[in-house]
Every structure is written in structure tokens, then in C-alpha cells.
Write a protein that binds this ligand. Structure first.
Ligand code: NDP
Ligand code: MG
Length: 371
């Protein structure tokens, strides 16, 4: 029988993860059947030249091979797997689209799980889609858990702590956007780089792990080298650690292949003078980790939606130099206090709370920071 090429549809192909996936699609001999972008026309053209048969959609720009919506892109390309590499809340639409259409999903867009994990769980029950996480910690956990028969005590994810982890809190006052966006170990999109510096990324990853692996027993250690991505701790106090050089290509490759790829894409680790260090996170200093654990306890569905929307808005204000780095925390905290009693039962409620939080942040910040 003819060996058919796997058909891949990439949402957010001009971004950091989406663009890296193209090299993997080529090396694995998959077919890129379509892609979306937002407004990076130049990069989109480069992709069109490289993959002339792919269909394209952008909500804001018309190009060659263009279709008119995300839905049409999915319908016309009929993919075997979707990579959701959109950033932020906008990615929720794609996750829901994949599940409703029973298409497997390689999920980089962690925000969709953060804001709607319970809805995604519901939808998954009536969908044949499988979700493969494309976040290094979660992808490595998924891999380690695949053939495990032992009783698990705890899942552990690591974090590098971003560029400012070792600084005292008052030293964080005058950090500017250009410094915050530089990550020591990973080369990533702007938004997730700021999320790493504030630790909102790890807050979101705790919630992501909770929904993906259906457990509240999730621990975070700071691990500056980003070599060990995750560990499983068993009831007999033994551990399995999953490690590699920090390179997102591995997680993308595993996600796209459904953890079956044997192709060697990343460099090997060097064990010469390899020093691995770990420490407990100071939860008083890094409030976002605290907020994530609070959510696991109180299960207030409003809180992750508020955190996500307030965080996205605060990052824009920070980039525009209207607020300072530490104001991001204050904005999120104030938004939580103002809106946490909102009831959330369905998608409409999620969309409304997302919108209302952004409005709250806009009004609060304009008034408080006087720009
Ligand atoms: P980027 O900002 O680099 O890319 C985002 C992509 O989404 C771009 O293609 C962009 O288009 C598109 N996009 C942005 N906004 C919209 C919108 N409103 N509607 C439609 N498309 C939009 O992000 P990353 O690649 O860094 O991250 C993508 C996701 O993967 C995030 O959820 C992130 O948390 C997660 N992730 C990323 C990692 C990394 O190493 N980068 C690691 C682990 C997880 P355009 O370019 O045209 O603006
Ligand atoms: Mg991660």
C-alpha cells in the first residue's frame, strides 16, 4: 500500500513555534496543507514560496491561495493533525475547532487550556481528537507517562525562572521591556518571553498540567539550566526525569508525530561538566505560582480567564512603556479581586469575562498610571 504523507495544518505559522514546525514538516516528509498568520505578511510570503501548494488564511491580510476563514481553511485542507501555535486567547477558537471536527491537535497554545480547560475536557468526551501538548514540560511528561505502570505521587515541572529570577524584588522596579523579553535559555515569541520573566508562564503551565494530566499534585522547581524539563515522582520515592538540550523542536516533533517520531532533530546533551541545580520557588515573591495553586484549590473558573486577559493587556501596556514591570502583577491582582465572583458556565461566559477583564484593565490602568 502506498505510504500516504501526513497532512499538517499549522495555525500561527509565522510565529516562533509555527515557523520552527515547518522545518520538522520537511524533515519528517509530512505535507503542509495549509497555514494561518495574523499580519506578518513578509514571513507569510516566504512560507508561501517554500510551500506553494498550501492554502492560507489571515484575519487581516489577503494573499495568494487565500481562503476566507479558519473554518474554511480546515474544511478545504482536511488535515490529519493541526498545530495550534497561535499566541494568547485567540488560540482558543482553534482548539475548539479541532475538537469539534475530530482532528488531532498538537497544542502549543497553552492559553486555551488555561481559560477553558474544563470546556475542552467536556468536548473531548464526544470527540475523537487526541491532544498532544507542545510545551516542553508537558510534552516530556506525556512522553514519560506513556508506558508507566507505577503509582504516581507527584508530577514535577521545572522552570528556569527567566532573566530576573535571582534579582531582589526592588531590583525589578526599573526593568524595561527590552531586558524582560530576553530569555537566558530559550528563544521564544515576545509574549511568552515576558510571561517567563514574570512567572505567569509557570502559573499557566501548572493549570495546563492540571487539565492535561488530571491531577492537582503538581510541583515546580527552579532549574536554571533548562535541561530537565519534567519529572515523575512515584510513591516509592523514585523519580523519572526527562531531559534534553532546551530545543522546542523536540516537543513540536513529538506533538506532530503523536510521540512516534524516531527522527533525530536536536543536538545531543554534553555531559562534560554538566551541572544541574534545583531550588524551591519562593511563593511570596512569585505570586503567579501562588495564584495557580489557589485556583487548583478553589476551582473558581473565573480566575484563570481573568489572569490571562489581564496579563495580555498588561504586557501590551508594558511594551508601550505605559506601566512598569512590577505593575503587571498589580494589574492582574486588582482584576482578580474586581471580577472573581463572575459566574462561568459556558463559552459565552468565557468570552464575556475575557472582554470585561480587558475593559477593567484599560480603565483601571489609565486612571492609576495616568498615561
Ligand atoms: P509568536 O508570537 O511567535 O507567534 C504567534 C503566532 O500567532 C503568529 O503566527 C501570529 O501571526 C499569530 N497570531 C497572533 N495573534 C493572532 C490573532 N489575534 N489571530 C490570529 N493569529 C494570531 O508566539 P510563540 O510561537 O512564541 O508562541 C505560540 C504559543 O506557543 C503560545 O501560546 C506560547 O505560550 C506557546 N509556547 C511557545 C514556546 C516557544 O518557545 N515560543 C514554548 C512553549 C509554548 P503574525 O506573526 O502574523 O503576527
Ligand atoms: Mg514550557
Amino acid at each position: 500500500m502506498e505510504n500516504k504523507k501526513k497532512k499538517v495544518l499549522v495555525f500561527g505559522a509565522t510565529g516562533n513555534i509555527g515557523f520552527s514546525s515547518l522545518e520538522i514538516i520537511e524533515k519528517e516528509n509530512y505535507e503542509l496543507v495549509g497555514f494561518s498568520f495574523n499580519n506578518n505578511y513578509e514571513k507569510a510570503l516566504e512560507i508561501i514560496n517554500r510551500f506553494p501548494n498550501a492554502l492560507v488564511f489571515s484575519p487581516s491580510v489577503k494573499t495568494k491561495n487565500t481562503v476566507n476563514s479558519f473554518e474554511e481553511l480546515l474544511e478545504k485542507t482536511n488535515p490529519d493533525i493541526i498545530l495550534n501555535a497561535l499566541v494568547g486567547f485567540s488560540g482558543l477558537h482553534i482548539t475548539l475547532l479541532a475538537l469539534k471536527n475530530n482532528v488531532d491537535l498538537a497544542l502549543a497554545n497553552k492559553e486555551s487550556l488555561v481559560v477553558a480547560g474544563w470546556l475542552i475536557e467536556d468536548l473531548k468526551r464526544s470527540s475523537s481528537s487526541r491532544i498532544y501538548p507542545v510545551d516542553s514540560e508537558h510534552s516530556s511528561l506525556y512522553d514519560s507517562l506513556k508506558n508507566n505502570n507505577k503509582e504516581i505521587k507527584e508530577l514535577i515541572i521545572t522552570c528556569s525562572g527567566g532573566p530576573f529570577y535571582k534579582k531582589e524584588f526592588n531590583e525589578l522596579l526599573n526593568i524595561n521591556f527590552a531586558d524582560a523579553v530576553k530569555h537566558p535559555n530559550w528563544n521564544m515569541g515576545k509574549k511568552i518571553s515576558i510571561d517567563s520573566a514574570t512567572m505567569m508562564n509557570k502559573c499557566f503551565e501548572i493549570i495546563e498540567a492540571y487539565y492535561l494530566f488530571n491531577t492537582k499534585k503538581i510541583k515546580v522547581y527552579q532549574h536554571g539550566q533548562s535541561i530537565i524539563h519534567s519529572m515523575i515522582k512515584f510513591t516509592d520515592n523514585s523519580y523519572i526525569a526527562n531531559m534534553s538540550v532546551p530545543d522546542m523542536k523536540l516537543s513540536i516533533q513529538q506533538g506532530l508525530s503523536g510521540y512516534e517520531s524516531k527522527t533525530n532533530l536536536i543536538n545531543d546533551l554534553s555531559f562534560n561538566n554538566l551541572n544541574l541545580t534545583f531550588s524551591e520557588i519562593d511563593l511570596d515573591k512569585w505570586k503567579p505560582i501562588h495564584w495557580a495553586y489557589d485556583f487548583l484549590e478553589n476551582q473558581n473558573r473565573a480566575i484563570p480567564i481573568i489572569m490571562n486577559a489581564a496579563n495580555e493587556e498588561a504586557i501590551v501596556l508594558f511594551e508601550e512603556n505605559k506601566i512598569k514591570f512590577l505593575d503587571i502583577f498589580e494589574i492582574i491582582e486588582k482584576a482578580i479581586i474586581a471580577l472573581e465572583n463572575t459566574e462561568v458556565n459556558d463559552l459565552k461566559d468565557i468570552l464575556n469575562l475575557n472582554k470585561n477583564t480587558r475593559k477593567y484593565v484599560y480603565d483601571f490602568s489609565k486612571n492609576k498610571f495616568r498615561y
